[in-house]
Design a protein. Structure first.
Length: 245
């Protein structure tokens, strides 16, 4: 098994795939953090850990069943030259789910009550409901990532190590990201808008209108840059107010 790592090309593939998995896993990590934040506080950390475990299992399962996944691109229905495959259906449903979920979370953030009302809200989802949603949406996020990984490496071991390394990074990043999003409502709104944008891109992809991910990530990076300046300006203003008082 470990003989494959004696080849420098395999190390290059492992590094590239790991970076790819981390970058493409950011949207999943944001979704995980926002979903887990709806749990009671004492269960949020456990929810994030179980959600990452579900994400790991689904990605490894997808890698192991790659021969079946490739067939998802084959059209099952064709009408007037437009083919619909199972991949298109999965992306379309996943895009609708992301848009609906993001809209509901934005509504909850804008119209929700105080912290005590949040704690006793009877509509707070259960732990396993959140974990299941994370696992299902990870399948949608991971489809194209897995296909890309297979195109870059012929070894399941390398792809599996890349997934394990990426999830390991996500484990360490989940807690700080979740706290940061919760402490800054404007950042949470930006993250939800990002998820809605991803949902639109999934639907467009299902309809064979491909939106280059570079455009999406540039828009998100620009928004994050503006929000960072906002947070910095707010902190400077608060520091000046404290000094003046």
């Amino acid at each position: 098994m470990f003989e494959i790592f004696s080849n420098p090309e395999n190390w290059a593939s492992l590094l590239t795939l790991t970076v790819l998995e981390i970058v493409l896993g950011v949207d999943n990590l944001i979704f995980l953090s926002i979903l887990a934040s709806r749990l009671p506080r004492e269960k949020q950390r456990l929810g994030r850990r179980l959600g990452l475990g579900a994400a790991l299992m689904t990605r490894l399962a997808l890698l192991a069943s790659i021969a079946w996944i490739v067939t998802l691109r084959e059209p099952i229905v064709t009408y007037d030259g437009f083919g619909v495959s199972w991949r298109d259906i999965i992306l379309f449903v996943g895009g609708l789910f992301l848009i609906a979920k993001s809209t509901l979370e934005i509504h909850h953030a804008v119209e929700g009550g105080d912290e005590r009302a949040h704690e006793i809200d009877t509509k707070v989802p259960g732990l396993w409901s959140v974990v299941t949603q994370i696992g299902l949406i990870d399948i949608i996020f991971s489809l194209d990532t897995v296909m890309t990984a297979v195109g870059m490496s012929d070894h399941f071991e390398i792809m599996a190590f890349a997934v394990l390394a990426a999830v390991g990074v996500m484990v360490f990043a989940a807690e700080p990201l979740a706290h940061f999003i919760e402490e800054h409502p404007t950042v949470k709104m930006l993250a939800l808008s990002f998820l809605m944008l991803i949902g639109v891109s999934l639907i467009a992809d299902a309809l064979h209108f491909h939106i280059p991910k570079a455009y999406l990530y540039f828009a998100v990076a620009f928004s994050i840059g503006v929000e960072s300046l906002n947070l910095w300006a707010t902190k400077r203003r608060n520091d000046r107010d404290e000094v003046s008082h």
